[in-house]
Write a protein of this length. Structure first.
Length: 95
């Protein structure tokens, strides 16, 4: 699905389109709620996922959740050739 694992950025903002916590306090940042940024990143609705192909591609989400410590789980698939490449998870200016 993707050839490069590029940075994923989460922006904290009070925005009506922002993703917020569910009743149990968890926050699910789905691909459908993300915003693609970059020259070749594309949302693939059939797969409910993004495909990106350069290090300049990324996906951002606007998050409206209380400050605190969160555990992050990332689910993705890549070709065998791209397996093991790094990615970055950033919140604001923290990586």
């Amino acid at each position: 699905m993707t050839a490069w694992c590029a940075p994923l950025a989460v922006l904290l903002a009070a925005d009506p389109a922002a993703v917020g916590p569910s009743a149990d306090g968890s926050v699910r940042l789905t691909a459908a709620a993300g915003t693609p940024v970059g020259p070749s990143v594309k949302y693939m609705p059939d797969h409910k996922a993004f495909g990106w192909f350069t290090a300049a591609d990324r996906v951002t989400w606007t998050l409206d959740a209380p400050a605190g410590e969160y555990e992050a789980w990332v689910e993705w698939s890549v070709s065998d050739k791209a397996a093991g490449r790094p990615f970055a998870l950033a919140v604001g200016d923290q990586k």
